[in-house]
Ligand binder design. Structure first.
Ligand code: GTP
Ligand code: MG
Ligand code: ZN
Length: 337
């Protein structure tokens, strides 16, 4: 299995010992000092739509990047024709170090992890309260991926016109995750967008969730149509005539603080083959110090785990430990269990 470091890919920068002293030497940097900075907005069959200054520039990956893929949210360096004019194609020569990576595998046995979005600050886990039915296991898995990747989570519960949110909110209460509940009427009168926007300003937020939960509906309520049009069309019509999102797309929010929303295609599963439990614990600062007394490589769900004692001594809320264990256990359980 390919394993990467926490926030950087192995071939970002190659530091080699240098005979003339130990100056680190980067692999490709010196060749493209004149390259322009850009951000990847969407990727479609090898063509990357990038924002360079205020221009939309279509680009392809330069061969020197090898197998390494640029994904939505990546900060990149581009050379070549950067005019953004029709039929021009620039080249991406460098992918800058990532501040966060949201990864998933197709399922838990799949060794190929893919980066869904780079550099996002926040993961909005979108769940419909009905149609389709909420799947807490999928929510848990998205949360684990967020904690693992260094993104802070936001719960967005849609379609409260069809079913109430109480049960789900109770299940996630101990996790202290910010949440927003929306419905059809509030989508239409603008309240839904206003309340969600409060959580988005100044941040890059990726929206994930099962197909049909209302991610695109919400993103469309947040971003005016003329802004959406400039970055191109990424919807397909499903068998039942509904539009479904086929590739991730980053869109800018307006307003003083700005920010970005990234709409993504619906997922059926969120494989976690790559997750490191110690990074998940990191998202529980109230529990983390309690792990000091744990045996080496503790799963935090075994008899010798020191967290039971930590909670019994009153250092943290037992409901938090229960929630942490539920999240960690989601790695071992099959989805849909
Ligand atoms: N009743 C109700 N329907 C909603 C609400 N939000 C979205 N919908 C409907 O749900 C359906 C699916 O919405 P989309 O926004 O396309 O869902 P999505 O999550 O983007 O789906 P994928 O792109 O396939 O992942 C559409 O018919 C929406 O009109 C809501 O709050 N209430
Ligand atoms: Mg969609
Ligand atoms: Zn432990």
């Amino acid at each position: 299995m390919r394993r990467y470091g926490k926030h950087t890919d192995e071939d970002d920068v190659r530091v080699r010992p240098n005979r003339k002293g130990n100056r680190p030497r980067t692999h490709i940097r010196p060749k493209h000092e004149d390259a322009a900075d850009g951000m990847v907005l969407t990727v479609d069959r090898g063509r990357l739509t990038c924002l360079v200054d205020d221009r939309i520039v279509l680009a392809m990956k330069a061969r020197e990047l090898g197998r390494k893929a640029a994904v939505v949210g990546d900060r990149v360096a581009l050379v070549g024709d950067l005019s953004g004019k029709k039929d021009t194609l620039a080249r991406i020569v460098r992918i800058e170090e990532r501040t966060s990576v949201l990864r998933r595998t197709a399922d838990d046995d799949d060794p190929y992890e893919r980066v869904v979005v780079a550099n996002a600050d926040q993961l909005a886990v979108v769940t419909a309260l009905a149609d389709p039915e909420p799947r807490p296991r999928l929510i848990d898995r998205c949360l684990v991926a967020a904690f693992d990747g260094g993104l802070t989570p936001l719960l967005v519960l849609t379609k409260s016109d069809l079913a109430p949110p109480d049960e789900l909110l109770e299940l996630y209460g101990a996790l202290d995750i910010p949440y927003v509940v929306t419905n059809r009427e509030e989508l239409e009168n603008g309240d839904a967008a206003d309340r969600v926007r409060e959580h988005l300003e100044g941040k890059i937020t990726a929206f994930v969730g099962h197909s049909g939960v209302g991610k695109t509906t919400l993103v469309n309520a947040l971003v005016p149509e003329d802004r959406r049009r400039t970055t191109g069309h990424v919807n397909a019509v499903t068998g039942r005539g509904r539009h479904t999102t086929t590739s991730a797309l980053a869109l800018p929010l307006d307003g003083e603080d700005g920010g970005w929303v990234v709409d993504t295609p619906g997922v059926r599963s969120f494989g976690l083959a790559h997750i490191d439990p110690s990074r998940v614990i990191h998202a529980f600062p109230d529990l983390e110090p309690g792990t000091a007394g744990c045996p080496r490589a503790c799963s935090h769900d075994e008899p010798d785990c020191a967290l039971d004692e930590w909670v019994a001594q009153g250092h943290a809320d037992p409901a938090r430990l229960y929630s942490l264990r539920r999240l960690l256990a989601t790695r071992e359980r099959r989805e849909g269990d």
